[in-house]
Design a protein around this ligand. Structure first.
Ligand SMILES: Nc1ncnc2c1ncn2[C@@H]1O[C@H](COP(=O)(O)OP(=O)(O)OP(=O)(O)O)[C@@H](O)[C@H]1O
Ligand SMILES: [Mg+2]
Length: 550
């Protein structure tokens, strides 16, 4: 019997990509990307939404083939994709079995071969030795315990019989992450792994990634996680020569390096423009002399200079050509989010909640009043009821106890934690249909409509692309745009940083401080919590104490 179990390569493990190029949706998404991941690497990958981070991870994982370039892989891989489809009927146990399949196979092979050895079957000793070494390499006997520890620390469902399709999105992601962390792969390739983790889960993930005995490639918008884990950063945002940049010296080194790169690019561009303008002036002067045909008297210095004019024109033309061939592109201005003005309605509360309870979904009763300009930060561990409270405030969910009232003319809009993706149409068409619906239902006057292009969330070329081809973060940007298009008096944001680029998180946070509407944010994002620390905070965590009031 020969067993073929994918075994970790440990110190020999290798993952390297060379000069990757790939087109998607008719344009080059990655070009000239090279990366070497050693068993001790901690790579962070950053870049605007739609820049190709997930595409790169798929190529590294071998699920997508680049148009050109090479990837060398040796070892085992644990991959957490950004979105997670669920198989009908699969349970938590199935998810664990899938990830621990090699460990399970090694233990089975060991049992079979030890029985064969006891029976004195020929070749049994070799099979036994091979199975033993596989089980040891995988630390197979400890695999389930490792998964259980991860399930517990990530606050994931520990009941293995639960159906995945009946779990919340966040619960599913936590189960999947726990399986990956328990499987002891050589390489972990993680795409936005923090989206559904609370403070304890984040702390556990951070420590596990720091201690992982293999290489890590981490795509994340979570600045705290990148600072704590990544020792090098691959930046896919545009650079002077169009190539991605690699920065050592952790996240802080990347920030300083990126600033310096942009400053250098800008200075070079300005120098180039100034040289171009100077040459143009020389050219015009020389051409003027040619056109006037004026000749000073022979033998004077002026005569010699004027007769040199045609050769001067040629020389300047040559230099202009040279400059054009080395044209330095201007730093492409990054997209800048523009928050539309949100309306004020002074006087009575827009939303009033009195002793609101939702059985088994919210840990405590809540009383609060939201007026124009109110701010509220909701925190609490997974399952404390943050999304439930937002759904109650928005009117989507009726509480099981207490009362909620909303001012009749107040527009209350909820950006959900996850939204279904439209299956047809471009971003611009989906947005326009949404706005038409708001107008048809009398929610929005025509004079109040905002243009999607004016929000600074999409490049013009992406507005026309089919939604199903947009990256996950671009889809999230569309959801945000649609929430703002409703011009809400009360804006409810459920984990608004999920999938969104670092730059947009900063811009959105700044805008939320100053908008006139009421804003309620539920977030686990440590940086956003720190940035909103001046807001009143409602923590739904802890033991179910008395009612929380705001
Ligand atoms: N199946 C597809 N067909 C066509 N274009 C695609 C497809 N998948 C992705 N793209 C495009 O490739 C580009 C890169 O997408 P990718 O998902 O890699 O970006 P990303 O950096 O991970 O973005 P995000 O931060 O939003 O997750 C985007 O412009 C996206 O629209
Ligand atoms: Mg992505």
């Amino acid at each position: 019997m020969t067993i073929t179990i994918p075994l970790p390569a440990r110190a020999r493990a290798q993952l390297s990509a060379e000069n990757l190029h790939i087109q998607r949706g008719g344009r080059a998404v990655l070009d000239g990307v090279s990366l070497t991941v050693s068993p001790t690497s901690r790579w962070g990958v950053v870049g605007e939404n739609g820049r190709g981070k997930s595409t790169l991870l798929h190529i590294l994982a071998g699920t997508l083939t680049p148009d050109s370039g090479h990837v060398r892989r040796l070892g085992t891989f644990g991959v957490a994709e950004q979105e997670m489809p669920v198989d009908d009927g699969a349970t938590v146990a199935d998810a664990i079995d899938r990830e621990l399949a090699p460990a399970r196979a090694a233990v089975r092979a060991l049992e079979t071969s030890s029985a064969a050895l006891a029976n004195g079957e020929p070749g049994a000793d070799e099979d036994y030795a091979a199975a033993l070494s596989a089980a040891e390499a995988l630390d197979a006997w400890d695999a389930d315990r490792r998964v259980d520890v991860a399930l517990e620390h990530l606050g994931a469902v520990t009941d293995r019989s639960r159906l995945l399709q009946e779990l919340s999105v966040g619960q599913r992601y936590r189960v999947r992450l726990a399986c990956l962390l328990g499987a002891a792969h050589d390489f972990l390739l993680l795409d936005e792994p923090t989206n559904h983790l609370d403070a304890d889960g984040l702390e556990f993930l951070t420590t596990r990634l720091q201690e992982h005995s293999g290489g890590v490639v981490l795509v994340s918008h979570d600045r705290a996680l990148l600072s704590d884990v990544a020792t090098s950063i691959l930046d896919l945002d545009p650079s002077r020569d169009g190539r991605p940049r690699l920065y050592g010296d952790r996240y802080a080194g990347y920030q300083a390096g990126r600033r310096a790169e942009l400053a250098r690019w800008q200075a070079e561009y300005e120098e180039h423009q100034a040289e171009g303008a100077r040459l143009q002036e020389n050219l015009s002067r020389a051409q003027n002399r040619l056109v006037t045909g004026w000749r000073p008297d022979k033998g004077t210095g002026k005569h010699q200079r004027a007769t040199r004019a045609p050769s001067l024109v040629r020389a300047v033309h040559r230099r202009q050509e040279e400059l054009r061939s080395q044209a330095v592109g201007a730093p492409r201005p990054p997209l800048r989010f523009q928050m539309p003005p949100l309306p004020v309605r002074p006087g009575t509360p827009l939303v009033l909640a009195r002793d609101v309870r939702v059985t088994e979904r919210m840990r405590r009763a809540v009383s609060l009043a939201l007026h124009s300009g109110s701010r509220l930060l909701i925190t609490g561990p997974n399952g404390a009821g943050k999304s439930t409270l937002l759904a109650v405030l928005s009117g989507e969910l009726a509480p099981s106890g207490g009362q909620v009232s909303r001012s009749r003319s107040a527009r209350v809009h909820l950006l959900r934690q996850e939204s279904p993706r439209a299956d047809a149409g471009s971003a611009a068409e989906v947005f326009a249909a949404h706005v038409r619906g708001l107008q048809r239902n009398g929610v929005l006057a025509e004079s109040e409509t905002v243009a999607l292009s004016g929000l600074g969330l999409f490049r013009p070329s992406d507005l026309r692309r089919p939604v199903r081809e947009l990256s996950t973060g671009q889809q999230r940007r569309l959801d945000l745009a649609m929430a703002l298009a409703a011009r809400p008096h009360v804006l409810l944001l459920d984990e608004p940083t999920n999938h969104v680029s670092i730059a947009l998180v900063d811009e959105l946070t700044n805008a939320l401080h100053t908008t006139d509407s009421a804003v309620v944010v539920a977030t686990h994002d440590r940086q956003m919590q720190a940035d909103l620390s001046s807001w009143p905070r409602l923590d739904l965590g802890g033991r179910p104490l008395g009612p929380a009031r705001c």
